[in-house]
Design a protein. Structure first.
Length: 298
């Protein structure tokens, strides 16, 4: 699976890791900015799409959907009985797409949150302390970002396994270095401002200065990177399953279903297109939300 993900942050072609070349400034979403977001159609539609998938992920079983049941009707085209058709095993594609939202929306958000917290914290430390702390962390992240994406993914899968906690850790480790570099860049911009110097002159501890002075002024960067990482993390989750490194049959998983039915793409396009559209809709929605947040913060 390959994708070009538009957004405020450039991403690696395979893994979707934030590129080191990305430029960033301090982002702060004001109260007026939040109100402005509610008047932006792209923001509202994107949020609605994400909420739709959350509802399906949580409540697909309440709708009576049976993603694992074999109807005996193989590769049937979309119809009133099967809205998205059936796959090569006779399973309802709509039911599998709905159920497939659950692993994507468990691993993706938790992995993105882990990456944002770890990467953001390390970026905050590097930007504030600078010196040897900054040099050591940035050189370590440079090494991680320089590794070929596929090899890095295989190594992480070997280290953490393919369980849900393992996949969350993989996503966290994958995106944390890029987020750390971006947060560090934002912190360095703030370090030259008078309020930081005043905090130091008042004798505030490093922890207090970072938490009470710097963090509120770069929190917008954290939010934007978290949203961008969410979309990329879901793409990575689907990619791992597509490559056989994530969910295993007969689990309902978008990447797994795309891989299982790719041989039928020409004869039964719906078996591949609908899971692919599900992945794309979340990735694009997350990037549009991040773009809107970035615009109002500026």
């Amino acid at each position: 699976m390959t994708a070009v993900v538009p957004g405020a942050v450039e991403t690696d072609a395979l893994a979707g890791r934030p590129s080191a070349s990305t430029t960033t400034g301090t982002a702060r979403v004001t109260r007026r900015g939040w109100r402005g977001l509610l008047r932006r159609p792209t923001f509202l539609v994107s949020v609605a799409i994400l909420l739709w998938w959350v509802v399906l992920a949580v409540g697909w079983h309440l709708l009576g959907l049976q993603p694992f049941a074999r109807t005996g009707e193989l590769l049937q085209a979309p119809s009133a009985a099967h809205w998205f058709g059936t796959d090569s095993l006779g399973r309802d594609v709509f039911a599998r797409v709905a159920a497939g939202a659950r692993p994507a929306l468990v691993i993706g958000p938790f992995g993105a949150a882990l990456a944002t917290v770890v990467g953001g914290t390390l970026g905050l430390l590097a930007g504030y302390h600078r010196g040897w702390v900054d040099t050591a962390l940035m050189r370590f992240f440079d090494v991680l970002l320089a590794l070929p994406s596929l090899i890095f993914l295989v190594v992480l899968v070997g280290a953490f396994g393919v369980s849900t906690p393992g996949l969350v850790l993989i996503v966290g480790v994958l995106f944390a270095p890029g987020i750390a570099r971006i947060v560090r860049a934002a912190v360095l911009v703030e370090m030259g401002k008078s309020y930081v110097q005043a905090a130091r002159l008042q004798g505030e501890s490093a922890v207090r200065a970072m938490v009470t002075e710097l963090l509120p002024n770069v929190i917008g960067v954290f939010v934007i990177q978290a949203v961008l990482s969410l979309g990329a993390a879901i793409f990575i989750t689907a990619s791992l399953s597509f490559l056989g490194l994530g969910s295993q049959p007969p689990a309902a998983d978008w990447g797994l279903d795309i891989n299982a039915n790719r041989a039928y793409l020409q004869a039964a396009w719906w078996t591949v297109v609908f899971p692919g559209v599900a992945v794309a809709s979340i990735v694009v929605s997350a990037n549009l939300i991040a773009d809107n947040l970035k615009e109002v913060s500026e």
